[in-house]
Design a protein around this ligand. Structure first.
Ligand SMILES: Nc1ncnc2c1ncn2[C@@H]1O[C@H](COP(=O)(O)OP(=O)(O)O)[C@@H](O)[C@H]1O
Ligand SMILES: CC(C)(COP(=O)(O)O)[C@@H](O)C(=O)NCCC(=O)O
Ligand SMILES: [K+]
Length: 256
């Protein structure tokens, strides 16, 4: 019974089992696993689930990970995997990428989730959609639902590892975010955090200028909570943005 939504990023696989394939459906079970641990899913977390009627997912991880998940779904439930491939248009959002299919599926699905979340609370307005995961993405959507373009930045972990591996003197423990850091740990942690906050602020400026309206700003991703205290623009933190998008796409695709 129900609908299984799966989001496979470069660090973790996130899954959610819903009572139905439609927005607002009851969440029955959910979880997140680091990719190195997903082998356990069929014997542990997924072993107790009733067979989902349908599955829809988005994946940006390597092909080997995708095959692993597809095999699990087939062996456990004889369930065919369906992965979202960004198209020119879906669920109210138009894809402005030069090659629409080359856009990360997670970015596309998160924008669709944000678009419908915003529409549910008022008239259409431009959006800035921020995902803080392995990488950071900052998307712009105009008031007609057109994805204008977006930034890709390294996430916290990648920024730190890049600095560590490219220098002799930056091997230090994680620090605190400070306005004026006075030690190496704090300088690195603050630099990464404000680089992301600054990129978001800049995209908000671009959208304000381009659309002539203040955008609504949504943030999601495993490290979203780390950014929250350091943001300079008003935003809503929505952990479920990708699942919201998958539910919306599922509703439209699987409509009887
Ligand atoms: N339990 C946790 N404690 C601290 N940080 C976490 C935790 N889970 C996730 N993160 C942070 O979130 C990032 C992964 O977020 P996620 O959205 O799952 O990424 P992806 O979609 O790229 O796999 C990690 O790089 C880490 O910075
Ligand atoms: C930008 C990403 C690496 C983000 O991945 P994540 O941090 O969610 O693991 C992913 O969306 C991706 O591989 N995108 C394809 C290239 C693009 O969107 O232009
Ligand atoms: K992701």
């Amino acid at each position: 019974m129900g609908f299984l939504a799966i989001d496979v990023g470069n660090t973790r696989l996130k899954w959610a089992h819903y009572a139905a394939a439609e927005p607002g459906a009851k969440l029955l079970a959910h979880g997140a696993e680091f990719l190195e641990n997903i082998d356990h899913l069929p014997e542990r977390e997924w072993a107790g689930l009733p067979r989902p009627d349908r599955m829809l997912g988005c994946i940006v991880a390597a092909d080997a990970v995708r095959r692993r998940v597809e095999e699990d779904l087939a062996e456990l439930w004889d369930l065919p995997a369906q992965w979202v491939v960004p198209a020119a248009f879906e669920a109210g959002v138009t894809n402005g990428y030069d090659h629409p299919a080359r856009l990360g599926a997670d970015r596309w699905v998160a924008m669709i989730g944000a678009w419908h979340r915003a529409l549910a609370t008022g008239p259409a307005r431009p959006l800035v959609v921020v995902m803080v995961g392995t990488a950071v993405t900052v998307e712009a959507v105009d008031a007609s639902g057109r994805f204008l373009g977006g930034f890709i930045l390294p996430g916290h972990g990648i920024m730190l590892r890049a600095l560590e591996s490219g220098t002799a003197g930056l091997h230090v423990p994680t620090g605190e975010v400070r306005e004026f850091p006075t030690n190496t740990s704090d300088a690195l942690t603050s630099g990464g955090t404000y680089a992301i906050a600054g990129a978001v602020e800049r995209m908000v400026q671009h959208v304000r200028q381009h659309c002539g309206t203040e955008p609504a700003c949504f943030m999601t991703g495993g490290a979203g909570w780390k950014m929250a205290p350091s943001m300079s623009v008003k935003f809503e933190l929505v952990d479920s943005l990708i699942f919201d998008g998958l539910l919306e796409i599922a509703r439209q695709r699987f409509r009887p």
